[in-house]
Design a protein around this ligand. Structure first.
Ligand SMILES: Nc1nc2c(ncn2[C@@H]2O[C@H](COP(=O)(O)OP(=O)(O)OP(=O)(O)O)[C@@H](O)[C@H]2O)c(=O)[nH]1
Ligand SMILES: [Mg+2]
Length: 335
C-alpha cells in the first residue's frame, strides 16, 4: 500500500463540502429545461450524488483501513477515537439512509400535484440529505484528517525496516539525517519530531534498508501517553523488523539513564524478540568516565553490549551500518 493511494479517498472538509453543495445547487437544473419539476429533480439528484460520492469515498477509505489493520487501523483509532470497523458500519448506514431519502423525495416530487407541492418535496429532500451529512460532520472530519495523514506518510517499503526509537532529544533525527537522504527537523526541545519520517539506505548488493525516525517516548504508563508518543509506539509495534534504541548519556541529557532504560524495557517488550541494538549517542559530548559508566549500566541492566556513537561527528557510524548490513544479509525480516 503506497501512501499516495490514499489520495483518491480524501473527502472534503465538511464546511468546504457544504459550500460546494450550495454552489452546485444554484447552478444545477438551469440548462435550458423548461419545466420547474424537471429543474427541481435535477437539483435534487445533484445534491444526492454529491453527498453519496463523499460517503462512498469515506466508505472505500475505511474499508481499506479495516483490511490493512495493524498500524493503519490503530492510527485511525488514535485520531478518530473509534475503531475503523465501527465507523465503516456507520458510514454504510448513512449512505443507505441518503439513498432512501433520495428515492422517496424523488417520487414525492414526481407525483406532486402543483409547483408548490413540488418545491415543498424538493426542499424537504435536500434538507434531510444535508442534515444527515451535517450531523456527521465530526466523523467525516476525522476521516478526512486520517486519510490526509496516511497520504502524506513516508513510503516504508524496503528490504529491512529499522525503527530509531528513544526518549525525546536522544539524537534520533540527527542520526537518520546522517545515515540517509531524510531531512527531518532537528531541534533542541523535546518532541521536535511529531510524525514518522523515513529515509533510505541502499546497501549494494543486498538491498534497501528503510530507517524510520520516530517521535520520542516518555517514561510513563501507556494510558498517559500523548498522540505523538503513540505514533512512535505504533511504529515499533507494527513496522519494525529491527530497532535502534538511542540513549543520551551526556551530562546535558534531558532524561536520566534510569528513565531512558525504563523506556528501553518498554520498547524491548513490544518488539517481541526482533533484533535490537542499544546505541549510546553523543559520545563527543560525554566524558570518557561517564561513557564507560553508562556502558556498564547497559551491560548490567539490559544484558547487551551497547554501541557508542556520535551522530553529530560521525563516530562509529560505520560500525552501525555494518550491524544493519549484517541484518540485511541474513534476511532478518520475519524473525
Ligand atoms: N553533542 C551532540 N549533540 C547531538 C548529537 N546528536 C544529536 N545532538 C543534538 O541533540 C539535540 C536533539 O537532536 P535531535 O536529533 O533533534 O533529537 P531527537 O531524538 O530527534 O529529538 P525529538 O525529535 O525531540 O525526539 C540537537 O540539539 C542535536 O544537535 C551528538 O551526537 N552529539
Ligand atoms: Mg526528532
Amino acid at each position: 500500500m503506497k501512501p499516495e493511494d490514499f489520495r483518491e479517498s480524501i473527502i472534503h472538509e465538511p464546511s468546504e463540502f457544504l459550500a460546494i453543495l450550495e454552489r452546485r445547487l444554484k447552478t444545477a437544473g438551469s440548462s435550458g429545461r423548461v419545466s420547474a419539476r424537471a429543474r427541481l429533480l435535477e437539483k435534487l439528484s445533484t445534491c444526492y450524488q454529491l453527498v453519496d460520492s463523499e460517503f462512498s469515498k469515506a466508505e472505500a477509505f475505511l474499508r481499506r483501513i479495516v483490511e490493512l489493520g495493524g498500524f493503519h487501523a490503530e492510527l485511525f483509532k488514535l485520531e478518530a477515537g473509534v475503531e475503523p470497523g465501527e465507523v465503516l458500519k456507520r458510514v454504510k448506514a448513512l449512505r443507505r439512509a441518503a439513498g432512501n431519502i433520495y428515492a422517496s423525495s424523488r417520487s414525492e416530487l414526481k407525483s406532486a400535484r402543483g409547483e408548490r407541492d413540488a418545491r415543498e418535496a424538493f426542499r424537504a429532500g435536500v434538507g434531510r440529505l444535508v442534515s444527515i451529512y451535517k450531523r456527521n460532520r465530526k466523523t467525516l472530519s476525522a476521516i478526512r484528517k486520517t486519510a490526509l495523514e496516511f497520504s502524506r506518510m513516508p513510503d516504508v517499503e524496503g528490504d529491512l525496516r529499522v525503527i530509531i526509537a528513544g526518549m525525546p532529544q536522544a539524537g534520533k533525527s540527527t542520526l537518520i539525517s546522517r545515515l540517509t537522504n531524510a531531512k527531518p527537523e532537528i531541534g533542541f526541545y523535546p518532541f521536535t519530531t511529531k510524525n514518522i519520517i523515513a529515509g533510505h539506505l541502499d546497501v549494494e548488493p543486498y538491498g534497501r534498508i528503510v530507517l524510520i525516525d520516530t517521535p520520542g517516548i516518555l517514561d510513563r504508563p501507556m494510558s498517559e501517553r500523548n498522540p505523538v508518543e503513540h505514533r512512535a509506539v505504533l511504529a515499533v509495534k507494527h513496522l519494525a523488523d529491527a530497532l535502534l534504541f538511542l540513549i543520551d548519556p551526556s551530562p546535558g541529557k534531558y532524561y536520566s539513564l534510569d528513565e531512558q532504560l525504563n523506556v528501553y524495557r518498554t520498547v524491548q517488550n513490544m518488539l517481541q524478540g526482533k533484533p535490537l541494538k542499544i546505541v549510546l549517542n553523543k559520545a563527543d559530548a560525554t566524558p570518557p568516565g561517564e561513557l564507560e559508566e553508562a556502558c556498564e549500566r547497559v551491560r548490567r541492566e539490559a544484558g547487551v553490549e551497547p554501541l557508542v556513537i556520535s551522530a553529530l561527528t560521525g563516530l562509529n557510524l560505520d560500525a552501525l551500518k555494518n550491524w544493519l548490513t549484517g541484518l540485511l544479509k541474513t534476511g532478518t525480516r520475519g524473525f
